[in-house]
Ligand binder design. Structure first.
Ligand SMILES: Nc1nc2c(c(=O)[nH]1)N[C@H]1C(S)=C(S)[C@@H](COP(=O)(O)O)O[C@H]1N2
Ligand SMILES: [Mo]
Length: 335
């Protein structure tokens, strides 16, 4: 089937501006009614983010079978000199276009429809032997740790999150890639019945895809998160398993992974396919390379009352990753 793709200039307004500006007040106010009806109350900063009607805050699914696995021990090598974002802010301000029809506050409620058991991850392509692993078997095999990471969205906002999970490098070792494998290609679930964004946005080349080089994937920072804030991941944050790559813009950190393919071809991510001149393959955080439509020199720290702070090269993680990119300064959008 021929899929008509949106061109860069046809992107919806919410992609064209930092999100605070694009928030749809009417939808936010409607969601506020739900908040009043029950559940956790939004924190004061979340109310500051969303105005009068803060959306309802959804924590981890009540029947999540991994609740007993958390909290796990924090790895002191990955802490930051910044305050952890309140979980009520993190749980309510999300980018998850499978579930997001309007504002960043929509994802929480919509994502609750995603079934997260049974859940399997297929590993295929250039590996010794392709296989499928059940999420609970995978969790039993891996040793979990907590890492506090900075998160920087390409839309110039940031958060700080205590993730639980395991290094992507451990997953790569388990997959036994062949010598010629150069990249990893990650794929999110595809289900138009469950995800209104996939159903409505048929002009997008769903499912969500992202890619990394083998060197990036085996860098110690690359992390598969299965939990956060000492508990399983809430669905809107990518349960049951998502990537977090703290030195790259947030769109690289793909949620709800169902497939990992080892390949010698550079994968093309969903946003790269839609607007490659704005969302490149490398997407390393760099204050000096502006997005074509806004500056990346500073960022709005969510939950802080809107403070702007200077953005740091590689989001402050240069000591871990800068060596991966030496000599590549001429790659288009290498940062
Ligand atoms: N499958 C999927 N993964 C995704 C996205 C998405 O829309 N779908 N959004 C990305 C973007 S742009 C960001 S900033 C982060 C947001 O993660 P958070 O909602 O946990 O803050 O997820 C990334 N992973
Ligand atoms: Mo993002």
């Amino acid at each position: 089937m021929l899929i008509k793709r949106k061109r860069g200039w046809e992107l919806p307004e919410r992609l064209a501006t930092p999100e605070a500006v694009a928030l749809n007040r009417r939808q936010v106010l409607a969601a506020g009614g739900v908040a009043a009806a029950g559940g956790m109350l939004a924190s004061a900063p979340a109310r500051a983010l969303f105005g009068f009607g803060a959306p309802k805050v959804y924590g981890p699914a009540e029947d999540d079978p991994t609740a007993g696995l958390y909290p796990v021990e924090r790895n002191p090598r990955y802490t930051v000199d910044r305050e952890i974002t309140a979980k009520e802010d993190n749980f309510v301000y999300n980018n998850y276009y499978e579930f997001r029809l309007g504002s960043a506050g929509d994802c929480g409620e919509a994502a609750q429809a995603l079934p997260i058991r049974p859940w399997t991850i297929a590993v295929d392509g250039m590996v010794e032997k392709p296989f499928t692993v059940d999420i609970d078997d995978l969790l039993a095999k891996m040793s979990l740790e907590e890492r506090v990471y900075r998160h920087r969205c390409v839309e110039a906002w940031s958060m700080t999150i205590p993730w639980s999970g395991f290094p992507l490098a451990d997953f790569v070792a388990m997959a036994k890639p062949l010598f010629g494998a150069k990249y990893l290609r990650f794929e999110t679930f595809m289900d138009r019945e469950v995800a209104p964004g996939q159903a409505r946005g048929f002009t997008y080349p769903w499912p969500y895809i992202e890619g990394l080089t083998m060197d990036e994937a085996t860098n110690e920072l690359a992390f598969l998160a299965t939990g956060c804030y000492g508990a399983p991941l809430p669905k809107q944050m990518g349960a049951p398993i998502r990537l977090h790559l703290p030195w790259k813009y947030g769109f690289k950190s793909i949620k709800a992974i169902v497939k990992v393919t080892f390949t010698d071809q550079r994968p093309v991510g969903l946003w790269q396919a839609i607007a490659g001149h704005e969302y490149g393959f490398w997407a390393n955080v760099n204050p000096e390379v502006a997005h074509p439509r806004w500056s990346q020199a500073s960022e709005r720290v969510l939950g802080s009352g809107g403070d702007r702070v200077p953005t740091r090269l590689f989001n402050g993680y240069g000591e871990f990753v800068a060596h991966l990119y030496t000599g590549m300064e001429r790659e288009p959008l290498y940062m």
